[in-house]
Write a protein that binds this ligand. Structure first.
Ligand SMILES: C[S@@+](CC[C@H](N)C(=O)[O-])C[C@H]1O[C@@H](n2cnc3c(N)ncnc32)[C@H](O)[C@@H]1O
Length: 450
């Protein structure tokens, strides 16, 4: 067959220009299948480039995973969406690849992290401002400790003060107030968001941090006696680390970030080109709010407000006032098997699969026809039973209208994708093996109405 001549060149460059919708869908399906059948472990690959290492976040993606999917399944300028963006790994990669990044989350800290990560900062402004706010904060601590103590009383309500008093030393409290006050006064929103992120990153850390909690980054805080650490020294250290690997994520367009419950997205039908996302585990296995409130209280959120918000997170373990949906066959069986052993846990699982059904329905609505939705989920055991998240979510996805193209399994890099501490140290047993495995579900929205 000879090559097409003039008039066809543009079609060749644009790739799909002469394709009918069903051929487009077929090639998308093949591509998705090929990608998910390939190697998805990325162990040993360097992941701390650009802004990826700026803030701890449990169960974050290795950036190579969304990168591969975005590069192969979209064209520059197309819209890549993550409705549970967390530390915005998908959005960062979308921007680095010149796609339009769109992201949402229910978690206020995720939104703060995204605001800071996705803007371009000027390193020399950061150094100069960092020095200045540290000097002013230190001066306030040295000369106006009484004023800061009054500010503490004024800023926080009683419950929030009790929480802070339990988890932070008095001296640390005053240092944190003096620093956050300086940050709030910054007029440049980019610098303000950036320094809020650095501030939060000295509290939510893998080990240590300036609170009295250990394992905050794993969302399993427990109180320990620690050597006192200076907020100012930690802040300066983090600033240096954050800027070490920094380069901005260039984009054809600014990212759009918004607060939303993934079950109810304020987006038009058929409006995004690719979704790459990962939901929380069932039964609060990773309890985002439990850790994130250690930072959020300093940004003005009262603890009661945060506790109320926590109830709206997917995978919660309370069962009052939740909407349970009818489950398809296999998922219903898994829920029933668990209910026989433990009726409360059975309801918690039913809640999780119902919430995931609502999210899959929303993703089905907003993704364009013929395009892919990739959902990364961990395996979970409840009361010793494997609750088969891969099979159940595949089935639920098909129930809401998706074609299931492929389910891949990947081994998590145990040092990278931070998981709750109790999942570590179970050396080699079955539970430990399961918790370090996750599934990548590839769905496609059919090109035509059924
Ligand atoms: C596994 S994390 C996502 C991590 C992300 N892929 C990354 O690379 O950082 C799951 C996210 O779901 C969010 N989430 C939980 N419930 C939600 C809800 N109802 N609506 C939107 N996001 C929710 C959590 O706040 C958390 O950020």
């Amino acid at each position: 067959m000879h090559k097409p001549r003039s008039g066809h060149v543009l079609q060749e460059v644009l790739g799909f220009a002469d394709e009918t919708p069903s051929r487009k869908e077929a090639s998308h399906r093949q591509r998705l299948k090929r990608l998910l059948s390939g190697k998805l472990d990325f162990h040993g690959e360097y992941s701390n480039y650009a802004v990826h290492s700026w803030h701890s976040f449990p169960a974050k993606f290795p950036p190579q995973l969304p990168r591969l999917l975005i590069r192969e399944l979209t064209e520059p300028g197309e819209i890549v969406f993550d409705p549970m963006m967390g530390s915005c790994t998908t959005l960062t990669e979308a921007m680095l690849l010149n796609r339009r990044a769109l992201g949402s989350d229910i978690d206020p800290l995720a939104l703060e992290i995204a605001k800071a990560k996705l803007k371009t900062i000027n390193a020399s402004d950061v150094w100069a401002t960092g020095r200045r706010i540290l000097a002013s904060a230190q001066k306030a601590c040295d000369r106006n400790a009484d004023g800061l103590a009054k500010e503490f009383e004024r800023r926080f309500n009683e419950n929030t003060r009790t929480f802070i008093d339990y988890w932070f030393r008095k001296k640390t409290q005053l240092e944190l107030i003096s620093l956050v006050r300086e940050i709030e006064c910054l007029l440049d929103p980019c610098l303000r968001d950036f320094f809020k992120l650095v501030f939060s990153s000295i509290i939510i850390t893998k080990s240590g941090g300036v609170s009295l909690a250990r394992d905050l980054a794993h969302t399993r805080p427990h109180k320990v006696e620690k050597k006192p650490t200076s907020v100012f020294v930690e802040f300066w250290r983090r600033l240096q680390r954050v800027l070490r690997d920094y380069y901005p994520a260039a984009s054809v367009k600014d990212p759009s970030i918004f607060e939303a419950d993934a079950r109810n997205l304020p987006l038009r039908d058929n409006s995004v080109d690719l979704i790459v996302t990962s939901p929380p585990y069932a039964s609060h296995a990773i309890d985002y709010m439990r850790a994130h409130k250690f930072s959020l209280v300093w940004f003005g959120y009262p603890v009661e407000h945060l506790s109320a918000l926590r109830k709206k997170y997917i995978g919660g373990d309370s069962i009052g006032d939740v909407r349970l949906l009818p489950m398809p066959k296999h998922s219903g069986q898994v829920v029933r098997s668990l209910s026989h052993l433990d009726s409360k846990k059975g309801l918690v699982l039913h809640r999780y699969y119902s919430e995931m059904m609502q999210i899959l329905l929303e993703m089905f609505r907003v993704i364009k026809r013929g395009r892919a939705v990739v959902v990364v989920v961990g395996s979970s055991r409840m009361r010793g039973i494997d609750v088969q998240t891969d099979k159940c979510l595949s089935e639920i996805g098909e129930e809401v209208g998706f074609h299931l193209v492929h389910v891949a399994e990947r081994r998590m890099d145990r040092d990278r994708r931070m998981m709750p501490a109790r999942w570590h140290g179970n050396g080699g047993n079955n539970i430990e093996l399961r918790m370090h495995k996750e599934f990548v579900l590839g769905f496609l929205k059919p090109a035509s109405e059924p």
